[in-house]
Write a protein that binds this ligand. Sequence first.
Ligand code: FMN
Length: 348
Amino acid sequence: MEPDKSTDHNIYFAPMEGITGHVYRSAHAKHFSGIDRYYLPFIAAHATHTMKNKEKKDVSPAQNVGLCAIPQVLTKNADDFLWTVDELTALGYREINLNFGCPSPTVTSKGKGAAFLGEPDELDRFLESIFEELQRRGLLITETMEAGDGCNRNTHAGKGGLHVSVKTRLGVESTDEWERIFAIYNRYPISELIVHARTMRELYNGETHVDTFGEILSRSRIPVCYNGNINTADQYRSILERFGEDPHFTGVMIGRGLIANPALAQEIRGGDPLDAASLRLFHDEVLAGYQEELSGDTHVISKMKELWWYMGPMFLNAEKPLKRLRKSKTVREYRAAVHEVLKCEIRR
Ligand SMILES: Cc1cc2nc3c(=O)[nH]c(=O)nc-3n(C[C@H](O)[C@H](O)[C@H](O)COP(=O)(O)O)c2cc1C
């Protein structure tokens, strides 16, 4: 029998600012399986060397019990990055991910996120500074990561070692920019490159550049993970068929596909596909978490409606209850609409 390749490679839950905070992550890890690592929405490293309360709570080990959480940092300043590293390693984190992928104008107008890729010399200097300093401190672990490494598990706390991974796009304006950018990455002891196979200008739209990803993989010295538009088990398999044999290929990161179908990774790994009963339990836990965390029905419902923007299309003939859901103003109205949506058939 052919070995089951689906378990050889990692599946990471993508960071999604405003969506995959600790309330969502904890409920997901409790009700669905199949995720090797949950990447946390970015922490913006500030020159003031402080973290917002919301960020502190999200990275706190108490809010990440029972799952493998990897924090992500957004910055273009080496000192600010190193300050944040100190804070995160003190909490026991052994992998920190750098965000060179965010295309949001509030981020890119400051030259951060994906916009940093448009300044390759500056990017090079930034990486040189941080890796020199981490090496000087004897903090850096340079060997390749194994699946399950890099987790915020208490057993790792205090060991002091650190992996720095990068989440990146292919370039700012054009895919032609990748060679210059990835030649820079290749010079540093980055533990893993997670490649969202689009440019900054493409935001989240259209097809991904799978061929370019293949070229990057074939030339990379660093382990590489694929990200972008994996919404079904078939799409996962087609990426695995194409790249699964490459020794530098580590697996995939999935974002919107998992928000739409929280059982996607579980299904890919041979577990149960999505069903209304487990979605209800998961949903109720997320709702209860937001009710505890946020004040007022309006805030709570608006968070939940954002999830349904992705989950709604998973249900067949659900237009009417989904419309009621979108129009709901109280948690009571909202719950009644969810009850009706969950009676509809799930798209397979
Ligand atoms: C609402 C939203 C918030 C996101 N927040 C982050 C973030 O904080 N950090 C990050 O690296 N990527 C962020 N992303 C990008 C995703 O992690 C992922 O790279 C992208 O959605 C492509 O993967 P997908 O097609 O599987 O969704 C965000 C995407 C969306 C749609």
